[in-house]
Design a binder for this molecule. Structure first.
Ligand code: CP3
Length: 334
């Protein structure tokens, strides 16, 4: 059995699989090389040969236990007919939200646009039989934020745009939810054997809105995925103490924690649900001794609890590849 499956399904605390969010990305010179020649990020995500090559880049360098398919959560708004661009030194920029286009797009149309993504997954699958292949989606809330806000909410975001016209918000959310399920099904059919749901902006929600926009829509997707028997990892970033409610309501197969979450606290509140991640990605920018101290902190806390080593968010572009290698070595020597 693959290591992540062993950890999540058999809840075996003696295996500590390791992989990284954003393990394929700008910190790797070989990724930057391909990216330089492919300025259009969406087009790059729709090139099955390059998707395969980029997905496998970190696995060719490091002793990782999983590949995560090279794609993006914003392929969903793209597939729904909203314009999506990635601007240098700015991040994603989305076009105007046309509610009618989005609500009326047919599943076949969506799948047709994203066909190369699934071809890429099949190609990767053929090359990594003995490792887990992670497919992923953005959670409804995080996709809604990008689709309404048009850009990262980091600099500016007004939560009221979501409440301005509730019937539009409900229509879009409903559609996103269905399309997420479809996109997940297709990834599984193509060879993904773990699914991760990224709710990167769950932390923007006030406590009283979490149930409506985070827990409930995510639960419906988790329940849908569970029918296929593929384990699902949830990453509701930034929700602080509400991680406890998230676990008891959504009951994911594995909960991924951010760098603000105390791993000991989570362990005591997760009710046996396997835990992933937690270490601050900034630690990887420091010297080896400090990296080792922090990695050991996590492996020690979780020595008697099913745990997947990962970070509390993605690998930062400034990270040296040697730091990743060192983390893996440190995790595996225990
Ligand atoms: O290696 C992997 O983790 C798989 C590939 C992956 C990417 N994006 C590739 C990517 C995954 C899992 C994502 C998820 C994603 N995309 C999230 C959720 C995780 C998170 O980071 O919170 C979000 C919010 C996005 C949206 C997105 N895509 C942003 C905000 C940006 C620009 C800023 C940034 O973080 O790089 C992207 C671009 C993107 N997606 C890059 C990569 C490798 C960088 C592209 C480049 O500029 O060369």
């Amino acid at each position: 059995m693959n290591k992540i499956t062993e950890c999540i399904v058999n809840k075996n605390p003696s295996v500590t699989p390791v992989w990284f969010m954003r393990q394929a990305g700008r910190y790797l010179p070989e990724f930057r090389e391909i990216r330089k020649k492919n300025q259009n990020f969406i087009k790059l995500c729709l090139n099955p040969d390059l998707v395969t090559e980029i997905t496998l880049q970190p696995l060719n360098r490091f002793d990782l236990d999983a590949a995560i398919i090279f794609s993006d959560i914003l392929m969903i708004p793209y597939g729904l007919g909203q314009k999506v661009e990635f601007k240098k030194n700015f991040g994603p920029k989305l076009g105007k939200l046309d509610v009618d286009t989005i609500v009326n797009i047919k599943p076949e149309e969506f799948l047709n646009k994203l066909l190369p993504v699934y071809e890429g997954i099949k190609k990767v699958k053929n090359k990594i039989e003995n490792k887990n292949l992670i497919g992923f989606v953005g959670a409804p809330w995080t996709l809604l934020v990008y689709m309404f806000n048009g850009e990262s909410p980091k600099k500016n975001f007004d939560i009221n745009i979501i409440n301005k016209d509730k019937s539009i918000t409900t229509k879009i959310l409903d559609k996103i939810e269905k399309i997420i399920c479809l996109h997940v099904d297709k990834q599984i059919e193509s060879g993904a054997n773990i699914i991760q749901i990224f709710d990167s902006w769950a932390g923007l929600l006030p406590k009283e809105e979490l149930e409506k926009y985070c827990y409930k829509p995510t639960l419906r997707i988790v329940d849908h995925i569970k029918k296929s028997k593929v384990p699902v990892i949830c990453f509701p970033k930034g929700i602080k103490k509400n991680y406890e409610n998230f676990c008891s309501i959504v009951k994911p197969d594995c909960i991924s924690i951010d760098y603000d979450t105390d791993p000991n606290w989570m362990k005591s509140k997760a009710n046996g649900i396997p835990i992933q991640g937690g270490m601050d990605p900034k630690i990887l920018l420091t010297e080896q001794e400090n990296i080792k101290k922090n990695v050991k902190k996590f492996t020690k806390i979780f020595s008697d609890y099913p745990y997947i080593f990962n970070l509390g968010h993605g690998v930062m572009p400034k990270t040296k590849p040697e730091a990743i290698e060192y983390v893996i070595k440190t995790v595996k020597e225990i």
